[in-house]
Design a binder for this molecule. Structure first.
Ligand code: ZN
Ligand code: ZN
Length: 220
């Protein structure tokens, strides 16, 4: 049912471990919901190992160095995907928040500390490194997020309900990738409140004055 996936570029960066924590979290959360991207990731990890194989001078390495490097790469990949899941007790599962998000949210949706950011929209900033920021957004059914452009990269992953913008419709598991060239007004569909995980590496550009004034305060 997922129609919007992670780009090759992002998946490769995730596989190489070069993404900031906030983007890593969005990719890991999508992968936990998406068999297709999990399989693509496994493909990239195989290619990564083959590249390593060709470029490493055998003379400079101990006999088992390559194997141990590959093991490390593999371990890293699997701990990103499922490490939190292994460390999470069964009773801490949440129907809305996939396993990678639980350590960031007090273990369940009820534990999220929301703050109003206007227009009925609430957010909770997640504790990641400051190179990029991650937040949960709670958008009441039928409500619009203010019209905005992007200075950097914005990833939005739907966890509950759905939203529609100028480009398409996004439901649970779908990821929208927005950059400088895109301006949009996401509107939560009628019926169920929309909950999203969003990560940005630069502040958004709001057209309206009021969100612009509130922006430094809410760090969006
Ligand atoms: Zn996918
Ligand atoms: Zn946006």
């Amino acid at each position: 049912m997922i129609r919007h996936h992670i780009s090759d570029k992002l998946l490769m960066a995730y596989s190489a471990g070069t993404l900031p924590e906030a983007f890593n979290l969005v990719v890991a959360t999508h992968i936990s919901l998406c068999d297709e991207c999990r399989a693509r990731l496994a493909g990239f990890e195989t290619v990564g190992g083959a590249v390593l194989d060709r470029h490493v001078a055998p003379a400079a390495m101990s006999p088992d160095a390559l194997q141990s490097t590959l093991r490390k790469i593999k371990a890293q990949g699997s701990s990103d995907d499922s490490g939190h899941r292994q460390g999470t007790p069964k009773e801490a599962r949440d129907p809305v928040l996939p396993a990678p998000l639980l350590p960031y949210t007090g273990g369940k949706l009820d534990g999220v500390r929301w703050r109003n950011i206007g227009g009925g929209v609430r957010q909770a900033i997640l504790p990641t490194s400051r190179h990029a920021s991650a937040r949960l957004l709670h958008i009441p059914a039928g409500t619009a997020v203010p019209d905005h452009g992007h200075r950097g990269l914005e990833l939005t992953l739907v966890l509950q309900g759905a939203f529609v913008d100028e480009t398409d419709r996004f439901a649970r598991g779908d990821i929208e990738i927005a950059d400088q060239d895109m301006e949009h007004t996401p509107v939560a569909e009628a019926g169920v409140d929309c909950i999203c995980l969003a990560a940005t590496d630069a502040p958004l550009k709001f057209r309206a004055l009021l969100p612009r004034l509130a922006q430094p305060f809410f760090r969006i």
